[in-house]
Design a protein around this ligand. Structure first.
Ligand code: AGP
Length: 607
């Protein structure tokens, strides 16, 4: 949460910092700000709202510099005001600082300063960090930063300018991510590698408790103990063109439409000639027979993909399966030991709750695997063993193509474990592999009929709430459909296991509350039909997501979205696509800010 960009070099820092912030805006867009240093003079501009507002504001003033830091905020402490926007400055104007994270002891520290007569300008937890560093600064910036970090509790990524230092700036990481890059007399920092791709793809992911000094000479790394550390850069195989919207009106639509190719990439090399092979990526293959439990732990959309995988694991692995939201897993008394395979699923690999849950499982001796789109993310590095999604950068706040990548990666993983345990017969493996290989074309077939979904969305645009239902693997798909709809259209949507309707939610139904039923032709189809009938009897309009060729379903539906037939195990790969499109089109009809929904940020780096 919050996007950070920093630059030093021969070019105009404003242009580079603003460009970076535009790229990072999916991390927060409540307010934005920039500090530009021209020699020892630091000018600051900040505003409420988007980076576009900041850009317009900057064009009207004469700020410039060859060193600059910028911030796009997702508010935690303090409302969305100009005063609370970053950068923050100490009263003497010695230290200018931007921050991502939460400083937990800012009240206590604030009281100390208040007793000395300091008056705070903002309501943020950040201002205290600028004050503290300034109060500890004599002539050694590194020492002041280290001493301040020793007093601050919580999670923070800082980028800091010192007014009397014109040729360097500093980055600090304890928790939230920071990525650095240096090339040809320039040195950059950003919250996410995507902002650095126009300049370099040879990047340095800061580790926890590190301080970096960035100058035209490059990057020097220190630990919180003040000792120099060796920098180990990574080559990232993404390029800047992957982060462009191209001719699409929104990143979300572009990413939905990429799902066929994402699926192909995720399966490539892991599925050959009817055989699944994960030897190279799954380090616990030899231990598979010793596993007793498999835990899938994640948040949001990643948790929905995990819930689909959980049902497959129930069916194929013979393991005790647990699927848990990361923020709950951490606090429960979970049995998690060396007989447990703990799978942490995260698109970004930076979600604070998922990271904390992974640390807990590692400490308890579980075999841990990260399933992520960003191999070099904090999760990837913390866990060490990674199954990569290969979805390419996802910019839209609403996750779509990475859900598809997660379904594919988790399906392969689950079937691989089944195979290693001797539970997957070769014929069965062949049947499933053949169908997995057909799925990308089937996804593309649904996408080619996207306009039909738009027409249906048009018919429901005035309604205040939707109820999504499904059973077994279609239940997490219903949850994902409801999440997509509420995230980007702000229309109330909730999902229930279809069998639960009669235990309460059915009371909500009337002619203004459509039921979206995920009802592919599977073993539980007949039961779903009964639930649909019950909803119809309460006058709810029915939208069904059904298997193509199921003409009967039309009799029970006001509208139907059809998907190609597939093996029962794989229906979520297909049924989720019309739901993503439905959410997208409804939000577009309602004129919402689709790629930047209110109150949300793509990477949730606070707990
Ligand atoms: C998805 O549309 C959401 N924006 C959100 O639920 C997201 O899936 C969640 O925050 C988890 O993120 P992660 O996969 O990067 O860990």
């Amino acid at each position: 949460m919050c996007g950070i960009m920093g630059y030093i070099g021969p070019k105009d820092a404003a242009e580079i910092v603003i460009g970076g912030l535009e790229c990072l805006e999916y991390r927060g867009y409540d307010s934005a700000g920039i500090a530009l240093a021209e020699g020892h003079k630091i000018g600051i501009s900040k505003c409420v709202g988007s980076v576009a507002n900041l850009k317009t504001q900057l064009e009207k003033c004469s700020l410039s510099g060859k060193m600059g830091i910028g911030h796009t905020r997702w508010a935690t402490h303090g409302g969305v005001t100009r005063e609370n926007a970053h950068p923050h400055v100490d009263p003497d104007g010695k230290v200018v600082l931007i921050h991502n994270g939460i400083i937990e002891n800012f009240h206590e520290l604030g009281e100390e300063f208040a007793k000395k007569g300091v008056r705070f300008v903002s309501e943020t937890d950040t201002e205290i960090a600028a004050l503290l560093i300034s109060s500890l600064y004599r002539d050694d910036p590194l020492l002041a930063i280290r001493e301040a970090c020793g007093r601050l509790r919580g999670a923070f990524a800082f980028v800091i300018l010192f007014a009397d230092i014109a040729d360097r700036y500093y980055c600090v990481r304890k928790g939230p991510p920071l990525v650095l890059g240096a090339a040809g007399g320039e040195a950059f920092c950003a919250s996410d590698v995507t902002a650095l791709l126009p300049y370099t793809n040879n990047v340095l992911f800061m580790e926890d408790e590190e301080i970096a000094e960035l100058s035209a000479e490059g990057i020097v790394l220190y630990g919180f103990d003040g000792l120099r550390k060796e920098a180990c850069p990574h080559l990232v195989d993404w390029d800047a063109s992957m982060t462009s919207k191209g001719t699409y009106p929104h990143f979300m639509l572009k990413e939905i439409e990429e799902q066929g190719s994402v699926l192909r990439r995720t399966l490539t090399g892991r599925l050959e000639n009817g055989v699944i092979g994960l030897e190279a990526e799954f380090p616990f293959s030899e231990d598979a027979r010793l596993f007793r439990r498999i835990h899938f732990v994640a948040c949001g959309t990643s948790c929905h993909a995990s819930a689909v995988a959980g049902r497959l694991a129930d069916r194929y692995t013979g393991l005790d399966v647990r699927v848990e939201t990361a923020s709950e897993y951490r606090y429960g008394n979970v049995i998690c030991d060396k007989h447990t395979l703990a799978v942490f699923v995260s698109q970004s690999g930076e979600t604070a709750d998922t990271l904390a849950a992974a640390s807990l499982a590692q400490a308890r001796g579980a075999r841990c695997l990260a399933v992520t789109n960003v191999v070099s993310s904090s999760l990837g590095r913390e866990v060490g063993s990674v199954l990569e999604l290969r979805a390419g950068p996802e910019i839209g706040v609403a996750a779509t193509k990475t859900f598809m990548g997660q379904l594919a990666a988790l399906t392969l993983l689950t079937l691989w474990i089944s195979k290693r345990k001797g539970l997957l017969a070769p014929q069965e493996e062949k049947r499933l592999c053949a169908e997995l290989a057909r799925l990308p074309a089937k996804v593309e077939d649904i996408l080619a009929r996207g306009e039909d979904v738009r027409k249906i969305a048009e018919r429901y645009k005035g309604l205040p709430a939707f109820l999504f239902i499904g059973r077994e693997a279609s239940y997490p798909v219903a949850m994902e459909g409801a999440l997509k709809l509420k995230e980007i259209s702000y229309v109330h949507a909730e999902a229930h296991a279809a069998g639960e309707m009669k235990h309460g939610p059915i009371a909500l139904l009337n002619e203004r509350m459509p039921v979206v039923a995920v009802v592919p032709k599977d073993g539980i189809y007949k039961k779903m039909l009964s639930n649909i009938q019950e909803s119809r009897a309460r006058r709810a309009p029915i939208i069904t997501v059904a298997s193509r060729g199921d003409e009967d379903i039309r009799r029970f539906s006001n509208d139907s979205l059809f998907v190609p037939e597939t093996e029962e195990e794989f229906t979520p790969f297909l049924t989720v696509v019309p739901l993503q499109l439905f959410a997208y089109h409804l939000a577009s009809i309602l004129g919402r800010e689709i790629d930047r929904p209110r109150n949300l940020a793509k990477s949730v780096t606070v707990e």
